[in-house]
Design a protein around this ligand. Structure first.
Ligand SMILES: *[C@@H]1O[C@H](CO)[C@@H](O)[C@H](O)[C@H]1NC(C)=O
Ligand SMILES: *[C@@H]1O[C@H](CO)[C@@H](O)[C@H](O)[C@H]1NC(C)=O
Length: 535
């Protein structure tokens, strides 16, 4: 421990918190049965992926386009077909620019055929030339819907590209459309009053996560070659986890947040919110990260080789937080297998941790978010407490343009925020302390394995009973470290499970190396179960 950092222990939980914890468990157990009964045998299956090009890493697709093994136009048409056949089942895609994209694909093919630029030049300067990608409805793409799931913005379109889209376009990638999100990205279930609900491709009775939920589905079903999400409490990693793909929340400030909605007035948000890649293949993370980091990429040194055998590996099975579900035994087993793999294959003995402050993830995350985003003012015309309460009643009658969860979150805006209060300062100090604990543990070659989420994808609406389950991802936002959600196959019910891999600041490459290693060992993304092949 560094000298400035005296040991700080969390205070025990209050009686109120312990009672709440017990009540939540009971409610969860009781309603679990109801959800099971209700959703019982429902659900639809997707047509299977027929085009091999959708089962290849983005960098491989890029290479094939560059070397004219396949044209950008063919790849794009394949994506469009795939989106059109899967979207009616799972409702994840909300706006497209197919016409413009087809024109850009043709231009890319023409450029390659002209032979004006060498393959080496293209690989270096235009690494994603002709490769179709997608992003979420809260990241600006000129001319496309930019609603952020907010009914007031129903007719709004972006008048310019977000920085991240500009950078990807510069690398030759072709943006083809935007995907569904929860109202103002503020929940881990993808549902809003404009575009409706997005369904999990592994089982349509389950949620897809949020907020980059539509994008999680897009990648799981193979609708585009790669995706871009953003993450302030797990919004990349949760959908990646629920949809069995890879998702990376980069080191804080490693990617520009400019051009997202809501626009951030307070620079502090950039400590917690980060845009990052979502992919079917681990190998793509690093290459996309290199592009979207712009000048910051130098600091990430992404091409520096990683020796897995020299890594220090730490893990923790549970955060021990009172309002969060117990970690599912199948997730725990998957993590044990990962630990075993490191030992047997690389002779790396992982060390189990019991970091106590993780118990207080909830208080720390809410403290870091305090005052960052005034929710009510963004989602309601009149953000007063009275109209907020009226809106909740209207919602129950089915008359509101807001989601119920959105309105509940908005209620918290009316609580007075005092940055000088003892409680605020205590948990900000705790945050600083926990950051030090992690930095000291991780050093320059350590990774920390942690559940991405305690349970596999819940049923629709079930997150209301488990509102704090996103704390496994959220605490990493409060600390600012890079973290990759890594899929570890399907559980006994056919739902994806996985873990997240956390590293020290600017050590994103360690997350990527471990993601690639675990993909090799455990299979990575698996195509969602399909219906009979259609004729
Ligand atoms: C989806 O979940 C329901 C409810 O748990 C289950 O009955 C059904 O068999 C599952 N569907 C698939 C495709 O696994
Ligand atoms: C290739 O270079 C030639 C000569 O500079 C130019 O006329 C042509 O437009 C270029 N082709 C493409 C597709 O850029």
């Amino acid at each position: 421990m560094s000298t400035k950092c005296v040991e700080m222990k969390p205070k025990p939980f209050s009686l109120k918190m312990r009672i709440l914890s017990a009540l939540r468990r009971i409610l969860d157990a009781l309603t679990c049965v109801l959800f099971k009964l209700y959703y019982g045998t429902r659900g639809r299956k997707l047509p299977r992926i027929n085009d091999d090009i959708l089962k290849q890493p983005a960098i491989e697709v890029a290479r094939k386009i560059r070397t004219r093994e396949v044209s950008s136009l063919e790849v794009l048409n394949t994506c469009i077909r795939r989106i059109k056949e899967t979207n009616p089942v799972t409702n994840y895609f909300i706006d497209n620019r197919f016409e413009l994209a087809l024109k850009e694909a043709k231009e890319a093919d023409d450029l390659i055929r002209s032979g004006n630029l060498t393959e080496e030049y293209l690989e270096r300067e235009k690494p994603f030339l002709g490769v179709p990608f997608t992003t979420k409805d809260s990241i600006g793409v000129e001319g496309l819907h930019f609603t952020a799931g907010i009914t007031l913005r129903k007719h709004l379109r972006a008048d310019k590209d977000a920085d991240v889209i500009k950078l990807l376009k510069n690398s030759g990638a072709i943006i083809i459309g935007v995907t569904n999100i929860p109202e103002m990205c503020m929940w881990y279930e993808t549902y809003n009053c404009i575009h409706g609900r997005t369904l999990n491709p592994y089982n349509t009775t389950r949620i897809v996560g949020g907020s980059s939920g539509g994008e999680g589905v897009m990648q799981a079903v193979g609708g585009s070659i790669f995706g871009i999400g953003s993450d302030i409490g797990g919004s990349i990693r949760m959908p990646a986890y629920f949809n069995g793909i890879f998702g990376h929340k980069p080191t804080r400030r490693a990617v520009s947040n400019e051009g997202q909605y809501p626009q951030l007035k307070n620079d502090d948000v950039n400590l917690y919110l980060c845009i990052g890649p979502m992919t079917r293949f681990a190998v793509d993370l690093k290459h996309i990260q290199k592009v979207i980091s712009g000048d910051y990429a130098k600091k990430l040194d992404l091409d520096k080789p990683v020796d897995i055998g020299k890594l220090k590996v730490f893990y923790q099975f549970s955060n021990g937080a009172p309002l969060v579900s117990e970690v599912d035994p199948e997730i725990k087993q998957a993590m044990e297998k990962v630990v075993e793999h490191f030992q047997q294959k690389h002779n790396v003995v992982a060390e189990e941790k019991k970091i106590e402050w993780l118990k207080r993830s909830q208080a720390i995350w809410f403290t870091t978010m305090k005052n960052e985003v005034p929710f009510a003012a963004y989602i309601m015309e009149n953000p007063s407490l009275l109209s907020n309460v009226i809106e909740i009643f209207k919602n129950i009658l089915g008359l509101s343009g807001n989601t119920l969860i959105g309105l509940f979150v908005a209620l918290t805006d009316h609580e007075k925020f005092d940055p000088e209060s003892k409680k605020y300062r205590y948990f900000m100090e705790a945050r600083d302390y926990l950051e030090e604990v992690f930095k000291n543990m991780l050093g320059d070659n350590g990774v920390f394995l942690f559940p991405t989420h305690p349970v596999p994808a819940p049923y629709h609406n079930q997150p209301m009973i488990r509102p704090m389950n996103f704390m496994y991802t959220a605490i990493i936002n409060s600390l600012g470290f890079p973290a990759t959600a890594v899929p570890l196959g399907l559980n006994s019910e056919g739902l994806p499970i996985g873990i997240q891999v956390v590293a020290n600041f600017n050590n994103d490459r360690l997350c990527f190396a471990v993601a690639e290693e675990l993909e090799k060992a455990f299979g990575g993304w698996v195509e969602p179960q399909s219906s009979e092949q259609r004729t």
